[in-house]
Design a protein around this ligand. Structure first.
Ligand code: GLP
Length: 263
């Protein structure tokens, strides 16, 4: 797990966006795993800007979103399909038919979950999986006690997650208690994982993820076993780490090494 500490949320987004740009330059037909939540918004804005300037194209990209609320129609303003369209897909040159979000309103969710797994396999697997992290250490909607080998499935949300996300629902609006989410096993198959976390509210989750122990109580801690995960955090989200200075020290050496390779 590579941990990169940046000054603020803008720098976190810039670092993450650069990874996506480089991937697109290497492989224009990349498969991206995408995430919702407030954390990736700045990264999406940077990628939109690069796309509109003609620096990168999503024309051959296929994407799979991590999760979706159960029983919200795709045009519901709080559905993750709607979020992705509004915040990202509407502004870039991606072919909408190549974007998938788990079907939260499928008649048979079990079959829908199996089909989602198959579609990821058929696309050749995920090149980069983007992740945020919940305050309770969830990734996607893999809540604490999730099986660390889980596949795409229906998952019951914790009270904490429901409260955290209540801010997006208006008063009196029914908020879903269930979701469909890629499993931790599904996420772990991505070739590269880029996890973003910003703000002090994520400090405990980041510490538990990075320092362990690996446990179903912090689902993100499973990423310790992933061979290519980059965790990009701002100072506030890094504030719970035992030795943040060590990660800065490592990053300085990494940058120096990169410069030497490029020279
Ligand atoms: C949501 C999503 C996660 C997201 C997390 C954090 O419940 N299912 O994919 O990473 O919560 O959201 P935010 O970035 O708004 O803090």
């Amino acid at each position: 797990m590579k941990v990169v500490i940046q000054d603020d949320a803008d720098a976190v987004a810039a670092y993450g966006a650069e990874i996506f740009r480089e991937q697109l330059q290497k492989k224009p037909a990349s498969v991206f795993g995408l995430a919702t939540g407030s954390t990736p918004l700045r990264l999406y804005q940077q990628l939109i800007q690069s796309n509109q300037q003609g620096d990168i194209s999503f024309a051959r990209v296929r994407s799979f979103n991590l999760d979706e609320y159960m029983d919200l129609p795709p045009d519901h303003p709080q559905s993750y399909r709607h979020f992705m369209d509004r915040e990202f897909f509407d502004h870039i040159d991606i072919d909408r038919d190549n974007t998938q979000v788990p079907p939260g309103n499928a008649d048979n969710p079990m079959i829908a979950c199996r089909n989602y797994e198959r579609a990821i396999q058929d696309a050749g697997g995920i090149d980069i999986q983007l992740l945020g992290i919940g305050r309770n250490g969830h990734i996607g909607f893999n809540e604490p006690t999730s099986c660390l080998a889980s596949r795409t499935r229906v998952k019951t949300l914790t009270r904490e997650t429901i409260e955290d996300n209540a801010r997006f629902f208006s008063d009196g609006e029914t908020q879903p208690q269930l979701s469909i989410t890629m499993g931790i096993g599904t996420i772990m198959e991505a070739r590269l994982i880029v996890l973003l976390a910003t703000g002090e509210g994520k400090a405990n989750a980041v510490k538990a993820m990075v320092e362990g122990p690996m446990s179903a109580w912090c689902p993100a801690s499973a990423l310790q076993m992933h061979p290519a995960t980059v965790v990009i955090v701002d100072e506030a989200a890094a504030s719970g780490l035992t030795d943040p200075g060590f990660f800065k020290h490592i990053e300085q050496h990494n940058q120096a090494l990169l410069a030497r390779i490029k020279a």
